[in-house]
Design a protein around this ligand. Structure first.
Ligand code: HEM
Length: 342
């Protein structure tokens, strides 16, 4: 029994050999090891956009759901295993996060060009930026050099990710706990300038906002009629609607819609109904360049969140490299059998 344990220790320490912190991140991280990395990511994102326009928004959302849960470490990309409930089926993600296949496609292209070099966590960061650029938003230099996590946690995701029913005060507190300011919160919510949401996310708002069977009074009446038609009470709640009135263009229309009381999610409209966030909504609705600048800054800060835990560069974004070793760890009997037959 002592030998297998020793082997397990070796395998494990090999897997978890390094960790990174946000101060290690830098734009030129792959300049020598994979100079074409950023070009490859943008190329695949461009193809994804042409295939299905919404997919780039879906990929961009991954940065938020990855980085808030134990740092930007691609934990959100891990599939569940018999012993690990990952984040894909967490409350905010199930039937909702999508376009994982686009990340797989990027990873495959990068593995072909520079095997074992570019982390899945960095892919998310580059791809999120490219989603913005390809839909007409600003371009910026991203910092790179993240490692991929060795595990994921459904519980952590459930405990951290905000509900669309959340109000501005709750969102301010949540973002503050990540050192993100009120301005960051409002600017980053502008990510909803592209993409769609499900009826599931607004049923409460449309039919029972305060628990008395009435809708959210903050919705413009004609927009509410539109939403009622899209999402009647007996609707299949996976039906989707646009998050703003120009869902394929990254622009400040989202903020103009909020000023006009035409925000899709409660968590969007609340940014205009609450005094604490309203002036930023108004500012961004009037000056697109101010929104773009604040959005870039917010995305860089979001991308700097790191857990400091050990990590690796995964070969496949859906599984940790040492999966076989982990399975052995989980089943000492199987391990012994394997060693005996060596
Ligand atoms: C401020 C708190 C936030 C809340 C409560 C929130 C909530 C949501 C919800 C409920 C949806 C629709 C999901 C569905 O119905 O299936 C959604 C979609 C989306 N979110 Fe957020 N979100 C927030 C912030 C962010 C941030 C910071 C980003 C990115 C930086 C982001 C990017 C997106 C994108 C791009 C979509 C559309 C995805 C698609 O079309 O597949 N969100 N969000």
């Amino acid at each position: 029994m002592a030998f297998p344990l020793f082997l397990i220790f070796l395998l494990h320490t090999n897997l978890a050999s390094s960790s990174s912190s946000s101060s290690d991140l830098r734009p030129e991280f792959y300049a020598k090891t994979c100079p074409q990395a950023q070009h490859i990511v943008r190329d695949v994102m461009n193809k994804a956009l042409l295939r299905e326009a919404r997919s780039v928004a879906s990929v961009m959302r991954l940065q938020f759901h990855d980085c808030f849960v134990n740092g930007c470490d691609a934990s959100v990309l891990l599939d569940d295993t018999p012993t690990m409930l990952g984040e894909k089926l967490a409350l905010s993600n199930i039937n909702s996060l999508r376009s994982f296949e686009v990340v797989d496609e990027i990873k495959d292209a990068l593995e072909e060009a520079c095997p074992g070099v570019v982390s899945c966590a960095d892919i998310i960061i580059m791809a999120a930026r490219d989603a913005v650029v390809l839909t007409g938003g600003p371009d910026w230099e991203v910092r790179l050099g993240r490692l991929d996590s060795l595990s994921a946690s459904q519980n952590d995701s459930n405990n951290i990710m905000p509900s669309p029913r959340q109000n501005a005060l709750g969102l301010i507190d949540l973002f503050q706990s990540f050192n993100l300011t009120v301005k960051d919160l409002v600017a980053l919510s502008g990510a909803h300038s592209i993409g769609q949401g499900r009826c599931f996310s607004i049923m409460h708002r449309l039919y029972n906002q305060t628990g008395t069977g009435t809708p959210d009074p903050a919705i413009d009446p004609s927009y509410r009629e539109e939403l009622d038609r899209l999402c009647p009470l007996d609707v299949d709640q996976n039906v989707t609607g646009n998050l703003d009135s120009t869902p394929l263009a990254f622009d400040n229309q989202y903020f103009k819609d909020l000023v006009a009381a035409r925000g899709f999610l409660n968590s969007d409209q609340t940014l205009f109904t609450f005094r604490e966030t309203r002036e930023f909504v108004r500012l961004f609705s009037k000056h697109q360049h101010k929104f773009f600048q604040a959005f870039e800054e917010g995305m860089l800060k979001l991308g700097d969140l790191q857990s400091g835990r050990p990590g690796e560069v995964r070969k496949n974004c859906r599984v940790v490299n040492g999966r076989a070793a982990h399975m052995l760890l989980e089943s000492p009997q199987k391990m012994e059998n394997n060693v005996q037959s060596m």
